[in-house]
Write a protein that binds this ligand. Structure first.
Ligand SMILES: C=C1C[C@]23C[C@@]1(O)CC[C@H]2[C@@]12CCC[C@@](C)(C(=O)O1)[C@H]2[C@@H]3C(=O)O
Ligand SMILES: O=C(O)CCC(=O)C(=O)O
Ligand SMILES: [Fe+2]
Length: 360
């Protein structure tokens, strides 16, 4: 069975598209990082934001399944509170991420992602598609980060690894729970998603889930001219769904057609859940794959931690949603079937057109 790392191995990156800037040494904006003004600031006003906020859903609320279904359909993104993962666990992850990004640049470069690799320190994978660089550095983890982290802290890598591995386990449980709720709202049966582990909480032994998952630590250093910079350029996630925690500094914006860029305000302990391309395909385009970006700050460094959850890379994705009522049955599939690994390859070559290539 192939893995997420295998899926990226066939799409090597140019070395120029791996190494982040040494942000600690920068006092003025290098031209390589200056974006056209119109691509940076055109977010909606505070008043508009108040009248159209990204939904915040309490997972302990009896209506949560219905509210999640609605949010997926209208926004493709929502904030989740009362999800059962304690703030102290999240803060531990942020603390370790902060420790990593605070290392001197030459130290961080010891954990640099290789051109054919999927994990380690480096710029965002979408970098080659833009003529300017982003004000961002990242660290990607798939499973155990030990190989990279040993290079960073030869005598003291255990704590970082434990925290990240433990967090991935928690995220996986939450991702499975959300996936079940979401598929339920689409009237897609468990049999059609056999790759999803049956963690029914009854204590019985259950088959291991083979979902593809990755944890991405993001750092957006404070920037001498935030209006000219881009933290993370507009993109959709490839995943089925992404569960993100953002530190207390504003930065994440989602694009709402007809409205513009809408801030997703940080809520302590909340997760931002957003629909990725794979769920957009599975839902036969009923759920939008939310376009989002990150703007940066003039005085504060911002961190976020994103957990990407997808079916196994060999799984063939096709529109499973056939309508909620029998009258709607057999609605026309908007996309052809595509294996997860094939889709990753299409996106690695055509960031913006991957979905149109598989459109029927
Ligand atoms: C599983 C993954 C999704 C991701 C590529 C990756 O291998 C790990 C990094 C992820 C990330 C984070 C920043 C935005 C993004 C588009 C990118 O460039 O790297 C996503 C990728 C994705 O969703 O395709
Ligand atoms: O930093 C953020 O808030 C968003 C990060 C993101 O979009 C990603 O990692 O894909
Ligand atoms: Fe993203």
């Amino acid at each position: 069975m192939s893995t997420l790392s295998d899926a990226y191995r066939n799409h090597p990156l140019h070395p120029n598209h791996i190494v982040p800037l040494d942000f600690s040494a920068v006092r003025t904006m290098p031209d390589s990082h200056v974006w056209q003004p119109e691509s940076c600031v055109d977010d909606i006003s505070f008043e508009e934001l108040l009248s159209s906020p990204v939904p915040v859903i309490d997972l302990a609320d009896a209506n949560a399944p219905e509210l999640i279904g609605q949010a997926c359909e209208t926004w493709g993104v929502f904030q989740l509170v009362n999800h059962g993962i304690s703030l102290s666990h999240i803060e531990e992850v942020e603390h370790e991420a902060g420790r990593l990004f605070a290392l001197p640049t030459e130290q961080k470069l010891k954990a640099l992602r290789t051109p054919c690799g999927a994990t380690g320190y480096g710029v965002a994978r979408i970098t080659p598609f833009f003529s300017k660089y982003m004000w961002h550095e990242g660290f990607t983890i798939i499973g155990s980060p030990a190989d990279h982290v040993r290079e960073l802290w030869p005598h003291d890598h255990g704590r970082f690894c434990d925290v990240m591995e433990n967090y991935q386990k928690k995220m996986k449980g939450l991702a499975e729970r959300l996936t079940r709720l979401i598929f339920d709202s689409l009237k897609i049966s468990e049999e059609e998603i056999s790759w999803l582990a049956s963690t029914n909480g009854s204590g019985g032994s259950s088959p291991p889930s083979t979902a593809s998952t990755a944890l991405q630590l993001n750092s957006y250093p404070s920037c001498p001219d935030p209006n000219q910079a881009m933290g993370l350029a507009p993109h959709t996630d490839t995943s089925l769904l992404t569960i993100l925690h953002q530190s207390e500094t504003n930065g994440l914006q989602v694009f709402r057609p007809g409205l513009g860029w809408v801030l997703v305000p940080p809520v302590a302990g909340a997760f931002v859940v957003n629909i990725g391309d794979i769920l957009h395909i599975l839902s036969n385009a009923r759920f939008p794959n939310t376009l989002h970006r990150v703007v940066v700050n003039g005085s504060r460094q911002r961190f976020s931690v994103a957990y990407f959850y997808s079916p196994p890379t060999d799984y063939v994705v096709s529109p499973l949603y056939k309508g909620l009522n029998s009258g709607e049955d057999n609605i026309i599939p908007r996309y052809r079937s595509v294996a997860v690994k094939e889709y990753i390859g299409l996106k690695a070559k055509n960031l913006e057109n991957a979905l149109s290539i598989i459109r029927t």
